[in-house]
Unconditional design. Structure first.
Length: 277
């Protein structure tokens, strides 16, 4: 039986005068991979940071299943940010162990989980190496192992395959599928629609700070009568852009009418010349 592990209720986030997200409401259920899909700047990373407790909402709330705000229960979450944040002077295992100890997990338990997942990621032999010389793919895999070591209830991934070679990206996606098959719950942020279709049970399309669609890949295709997710995405986001443009156009017409009503008319040049003559 699926449970609601996280609830986002009427959440908005402002940075000064900029409204990054507005009135976002959604739920994360146990045992599913939820894709956050949108272009760069759409609000995906901001939403993930709210879900991880790094940001606090300007309004609304983000809570775990027992109603506790996420920033009070970060040990329930595993987070892989786009910037891995590894300590370059430590080995991969030392980075993972340090993080696990911060969450109150003993070394034996941490190593047991880490070694199992490291084998799937082809990282077992690299755990004793310092991360300073790691490639982008190796750093990303280490960050993923670090996030999994303490056994989180929800795993939050921000563009987990960005900058990876084809082989590393396939390995990461395969692990995500494995975690899902084992009952894991994952929020997967990406701007690659094909990737979202491969790994996600449900896709949430974010556009200009709004949730534009929320459903399974097949449901989104049916909703838009599209042949693929790319067509569905374009259809949904263009509709949003069209609506906003219409609003802007209406405001423009009103402004022009107001200006015409209260701005004195300037006589034509010909009339001025004729009067002088």
């Amino acid at each position: 039986m699926t449970r609601t592990l996280m609830t986002i209720e009427n959440v908005s986030k402002h940075f000064g005068d900029v409204e990054a997200l507005r009135n976002i409401s959604m739920e994360i259920k146990s045992g599913e991979v939820v894709g956050l899909v949108g272009s760069n700047g759409a609000g995906k990373t901001t939403l993930l940071r709210l879900m991880s407790g790094v940001y606090k909402p300007s309004s609304g709330k983000v809570c775990l299943e027992d109603g506790t705000p996420v920033d009070k229960m970060r040990e329930k979450l595993g987070v892989v940010p786009e910037s891995t944040g590894l300590y370059s002077r430590l080995t991969a295992w030392e980075n993972i162990r340090y993080h696990s100890r911060m969450h109150g997990v003993d070394d034996k338990t941490s190593w047991s989980r880490t070694s199992r997942f490291a084998e799937h990621l082809d990282m077992l032999e690299n755990l004793g190496r310092h991360t300073k010389g790691f490639s982008r793919g190796m750093k990303q895999k280490t960050a993923l192992l670090r996030a999994l070591a303490h056994g989180p209830s929800v795993l939050l991934l921000d563009e987990p395959t960005a900058g990876l070679d084809i082989t590393s990206a396939r390995t990461v996606r395969a692990l995500v599928k494995q975690l899902r098959d084992e009952g894991g719950t994952i929020v997967y942020s990406t701007h690659h629609l094909a990737e979202a279709e491969q790994v996600c049970d449900r896709i949430i399309i974010i556009h200009n700070g709004d949730i534009q669609a929320n459903g399974s890949p097949s449901a989104l295709l049916s909703q838009t009568a599209s042949k693929n997710l790319e067509e569905a995405y374009v259809s949904l986001t263009q509709e949003k852009a069209r609506s906003r443009n219409e609003d802007s156009e209406s405001e423009g017409k009103f402004t022009r009418w107001w200006r015409t009503l209260f701005t004195p008319k300037i006589p034509k040049l010909e009339s001025v010349v004729d009067d002088d003559e």
